[in-house]
Design a protein around this ligand. Structure first.
Ligand code: F6P
Length: 343
């Protein structure tokens, strides 16, 4: 019998509860016990949490968010962080940790692994930008939410002859923008991987009008940047404990620029955290469940320093080093497919 600490860090994500439930259910079958840390690494540092039992994880599969809570705390930025993590594990009699998170949370996990802590990671982010896995859970749900929003914006854009700019999440990578843009029939998609030329965006909008269309939909990832320097965003400046700037607001600048340059009435919608909320799609519940089972089986086998990953249709274990080497950017072939339908 072993005891593992479980935590969820970074932005929340539909499917986190499916992972937690799967870890506990499978882990109990293997004879292990679990302690659920509250609020990610913040809970690990302070020792805050509770026993994670089968009873505590009942009825949560379909629920969004995370029953454990989350934060963007970086223990390596805190005084004596590593020692406090180890002390907290000792206090709760833990043999290892199963952190569920994205590049930041798992980046900490990788450092802890180097510092002698037994960890198995589970990849989480709606942005789908973690290398080592073909998909992260939560991504499909976010894409569906964004697609539903684009469908709705289409009908109002058409009624008013407007250009509507829809901003979706995607810090380093335009996966959500590209998938929801293709699914929602966007006329232009702007992603972080390809700095955009505002005149080219306007030319596509004008081209549609010249060919009899009276409205356009522009989907933009929050991390998209113009070719010739930064456009001022709403929150520019403030940074989190991992050094990430708070994003959001590129659509405000785009709405203004498109209207001024084309003369077509424009509006913008920032979907923001709506994309992270609510029930996970069946796909993400299944993927989260498979990740949870695989992660706890890896811990059971003493296979540490790894992350559960989807490769093709199979769940595999990949070294954390490999998964965190660099972000997984948009597949250029997918983007080329999207451009076929641009205005
Ligand atoms: O988890 C990644 C992400 O979804 C990014 O796309 C976004 O920039 C960030 O989270 C926003 O998170 P929060 O506002 O909760 O810090």
């Amino acid at each position: 019998m072993a005891r593992f600490g479980v935590l969820t860090g970074g932005g929340d994500c539909p499917g986190l509860n499916a992972v937690i439930r799967a870890i506990v259910r499978r882990g109990n079958q293997l004879g292990h016990e679990f302690f659920g840390y509250r609020y990610g690494w913040a809970g690990v540092l302070s020792g805050d949490g509770a026993e994670l039992t089968a009873e505590a994880t009942r009825g949560i599969l379909h629920r969004g968010g995370t029953i454990l809570g989350t934060s963007r705390t970086n223990p390596y930025k805190e005084d004596g962080g590593l020692e406090r993590v180890k002390a907290s594990m000792e206090q709760h009699n833990l043999d290892g940790l199963i952190p569920i998170g994205g590049e930041d949370t798992l980046g900490v996990a990788r450092k802890l692994a180097d510092d002698g802590v037994d960890v198995v990671g589970v990849p989480k982010t709606i942005d789908n930008d973690l290398a080592g896995t073909d998909f992260t859970f939560g991504f499909q749900t976010a894409v569906q939410i964004a697609t539903d929003a684009i469908d709705r914006l289409h009908t109002t854009a058409e009624s008013h002859n407007r250009v509507i700019v829809v901003e979706v999440m995607g810090r380093h990578a335009g996966w959500i923008a590209c998938y929801s843009g293709i699914a929602g029939g966007a006329d232009v998609i702007l992603v972080p991987e390809r700095p955009f030329d505002i005149e080219e965006v306007c030319a596509r909008v004008r081209n549609r009008h010249e060919h009899g269309r009276t409205f356009s939909i522009v989907v933009v990832a929050e991390g998209a940047v113009p070719k010739d320097g930064e456009i001022q965003t709403e929150f520019g400046g403030s940074k989190d404990a991992f050094g990430h700037e708070r994003l959001g607001g590129i659509a405000v600048a785009l709405e203004r620029e498109i209207e001024q340059r084309t003369g077509f009435e424009s509006r913008m919608t920032i979907l923001g955290h709506v994309q992270r909320g609510g029930s996970p799609l069946a796909y993400d519940r299944v993927l989260g469940t498979r990740f949870g089972v695989a992660a706890v089986e890896a811990a059971d086998a003493g296979n540490f320093g790894k992350m559960a990953a989807l490769r093709g249709t199979e769940i595999e274990l990949v070294p954390l080093d490999e998964a965190l080497a660099e972000p997984k950017l948009l597949d250029p072939r997918l983007f080329e497919t999207a451009t076929v339908f641009f205005g």
